[in-house]
Design a protein around this ligand. Structure first.
Ligand SMILES: [Zn+2]
Length: 439
């Protein structure tokens, strides 16, 4: 066979594949600002519902379709945290409507503390009246509808596109447990252009609590992450900006407390993303996804312990103890929590890991070290936010992220010492399922 014939056959053999592998991207957003006063989430010190709206809240969806290899939909929300009781019905309905496997859906929350309570996330933190409870329940039910709507709209928007990836760095996150402690100030950025070169969508992440605004703030706001998205959409008219919260469980913006700080951090983040956009490297999309639910075990606890705690002066502790006693009464004491772990491989050498809960930065740093040959994005606050996820180091140190936050999350107490290894066992499994190997 002549060389020309061989190469012609090669071209013919490749053609259906090339056609099938056309990349399409769709993006959509829906406003999810609460329609009236509602209890704001994240701070135990608040004494009344919200008073007005400083900054609108959105749910956004980025749909990526890799011809024969299927789709990925990343849903981002300006909310404290999406519990399983929200992501599961949405996933079930999307599976029915669009045939989307669970591994194809990634739900992330920005962790704004100036957004509505999303039940049952952090429910031990609030003592709501019946009317206030009704408002948050109505909000939660509407949220399920909104998330369905936004994904449907992103799928209808699918059109030929090109994807690329860039990284920036922004320095406003600080380790809030230890001065000078570990941080991860990477700003990973996934960029989508239309086939004629127009910027369409930008998904960018950062590992820092979205808590510039404090517990004395009573207006609805997306905090720094909300301002960052608005600012990027202002700098790049026509683009949809989506924020992904990474492993910021033990990271805070610093200084904090004023709206001006939230605006400043939002602008810093947006201008860094904007700066690195031209340097984004093309992604030869080869999409693979994996999702699993593992279980994280809590340290042993007893009924007697909660009987004594139920009389505690600390009303949050006493309330948590009453919940735990009810669980004992019903013969279902809480020994472990389900924990979602998801991997997405975008292209050879480029992957995203999405972990549930308020993940501390140690997980991101360790995963990036163990997978140093891969350009790895490590998101926290994904698919379920059931509590903080301390590393073994943070667990042993104790404190808020290691132990006491479990009260507000209605969990029985700190995790057992296997927590980090259990998460990493699952991490290795999902990454291996999408063809990503450790170093
Ligand atoms: Zn938090």
């Amino acid at each position: 066979m002549s060389r020309i014939m061989v190469s012609m056959l090669f071209v013919l053999a490749m053609m259906p594949l090339a056609q099938a592998r056309q990349v399409r991207v769709g993006v959509a957003k829906v406003e999810i600002t609460p329609p009236g006063p509602i209890w704001l989430s994240g701070y135990a010190a608040r004494t009344k519902p919200s008073e007005g709206v400083a900054h609108k809240l959105f749910a956004k969806a980025l749909a990526i379709e890799d011809g024969g290899r299927g789709r990925l939909i990343v849903v981002t929300t300006d909310l404290i945290g999406l519990p399983r009781s929200v992501t599961e019905p949405v996933s079930a309905s999307l599976a029915k409507q669009y045939g989307l496997d669970r591994s194809r859906l990634l739900f992330n929350s920005s962790h704004t503390h100036a957004g509505p309570v999303v039940t049952p996330n952090l429910m031990t933190m609030y003592f709501l009246t019946e009317e206030q409870k009704r408002a948050v329940n109505v909000y939660r039910d509407q949220l399920v509808e909104h998330l369905n709507t936004v994904v449907g709209a992103a799928l209808r928007d699918l059109a030929p596109a090109k994807l690329s990836i860039a990284h920036g760095t922004v320095g406003f996150s600080h380790n809030r447990r230890t001065k000078g402690g570990p941080v991860d100030q990477d700003v990973p950025t996934i960029v989508a252009h239309t086939s004629d070169g127009k910027l369409k969508a930008v998904l960018f992440g950062y590992a820092c609590h979205n808590t510039t605004l404090g517990g004395d703030y009573y207006q609805v706001s997306g905090d720094y992450a909300g301002y960052a998205q608005t600012e990027l959409e202002r700098l790049q008219p026509g683009v949809t900006a989506l924020f992904l919260l990474l492993c910021g469980g033990d990271q805070n913006p610093n200084p904090r407390g004023a709206v001006a700080h939230a605006e400043e951090y939002g602008k810093a983040l947006a201008s860094e993303v904007n700066r690195v956009l031209p340097a984004a490297k093309p992604l030869a999309l080869d999409l693979r996804t994996a999702f699993q639910i593992t279980e994280l075990a809590f340290a042993p606890h007893t009924r007697e312990q909660f009987e004594s705690e139920s009389k505690d002066e600390n009303k949050f502790k006493a309330s948590r103890a009453r919940e735990m006693l009810r669980a004992y009464d019903e013969r279902r004491p809480i020994r472990r929590t389900p924990y979602p772990v998801q991997a997405v491989r975008f292209a050879k050498g480029v992957a995203l890991l999405a972990l549930g809960g308020e993940v501390v930065v140690d997980y991101s740093l360790r995963a990036k070290k163990e997978y140093a040959d891969t350009d790895l994005i490590v998101a926290g606050y994904s698919n379920d936010v059931m509590c903080y996820i301390p590393s073994l180091r943070v667990l042993r140190e104790g404190g808020y992220e290691g132990e006491t936050s479990m009260i507000y999350y209605g969990q029985p107490g700190k995790f057992s010492e296997e927590v980090e290894e259990t998460v990493f066992r699952s991490v290795r499994q999902v990454l291996s399922q999408v063809g990503v190997k450790s170093k």
